[in-house]
Design a protein around this ligand. Structure first.
Ligand code: GRF
Length: 227
């Protein structure tokens, strides 16, 4: 899927499932809101809806299924090989359900981002929506961060938050959270493509200024200005 073939900013998207964030990226490109080229979609699961979304958009797909490898090391080796063969300026983990070893993460420091469904540093790992409910949090949201060897702990690029209404379920929180994700992730990728955002000398820079540790803070009105 090519937008501007001459100086395209190449992105690889890693998925494991639904691929609704992948679809949001594809839609932003089709709507001329995001000047990037998706070079491939890499999935660690076969037959997931995200792969069909990629195929419908004419994007190359690469499947590296755990079932095809004797152990985790061999799987990681195959994944590392696929990444090294991918000519991407940015690797986007969009629902990629695999904890990457240091050996894969370190070479891509500053070039690999993840979207996580919580306001990090709160709730690393799984079941974030339920934890928000259990703890009676007033706010919930999503974070895009750089991937570093420690799970969900890399420098925060941007967060989008919303007020948690009463009588919500984990599923409805997830749906609300994903609406924000579908705006936030293409926005952050666009900042990289426009070179407004970059990682230099261990610092995340936005318009050449270091980002605060909480990253760029947005809310639903920033992402849905007409709502
Ligand atoms: C997203 O909510 C993301 O935050 C988390 O996994 C989910 C993936 O959803 N890391 P989808 O596959 O993009 O629909």
């Amino acid at each position: 899927m090519t937008v501007n073939s001459q100086h395209a900013f190449n992105v690889s998207v890693l998925i494991s499932g639904q691929g609704s964030n992948l679809q949001a990226i594809i839609n932003a490109i089709s709507d001329h809101q995001l000047p990037v080229n998706i070079v491939n979609v890499i999935s660690n699961r076969e037959d997931v809806p995200g792969l069909q979304r990629a195929q419908r958009a004419g994007i190359e797909t690469v499947v590296i299924s755990k079932h095809a490898y004797a152990d985790r090391n061999q799987f990681d080796h195959a994944l590392a090989k696929a990444l090294s063969k991918t000519p991407a300026d940015l690797f986007v983990l969009a629902g990629f359900m695999h904890i990457l070893p240091d050996s894969i993460v370190t070479p891509y420091l500053g070039k690999m981002i993840n979207i996580h469904p919580s306001l990090l540093p709160k709730y690393r790992g799984l079941h974030t929506h339920q934890q928000v409910l259990t703890n009676g949090d007033k706010y919930h949201g999503t974070t895009v961060h750089l991937v570093t060897p420690t799970l969900d702990a890399g420098p925060i690029i941007a967060q989008a938050r919303f007020d948690v209404a009463s009588d919500l379920t984990a599923d409805s929180l997830k749906a609300q959270c994903q609406q924000l994700e579908h705006r936030l992730l293409p926005k952050v990728i666009g900042w990289f493509a426009e070179q407004r955002l970059c990682y230099q000398d261990d610092l995340l820079l936005f318009d050449q200024h270091p980002l605060p540790t909480c990253g760029i803070q947005l809310d639903q009105h920033d992402l849905f200005p007409c709502a």
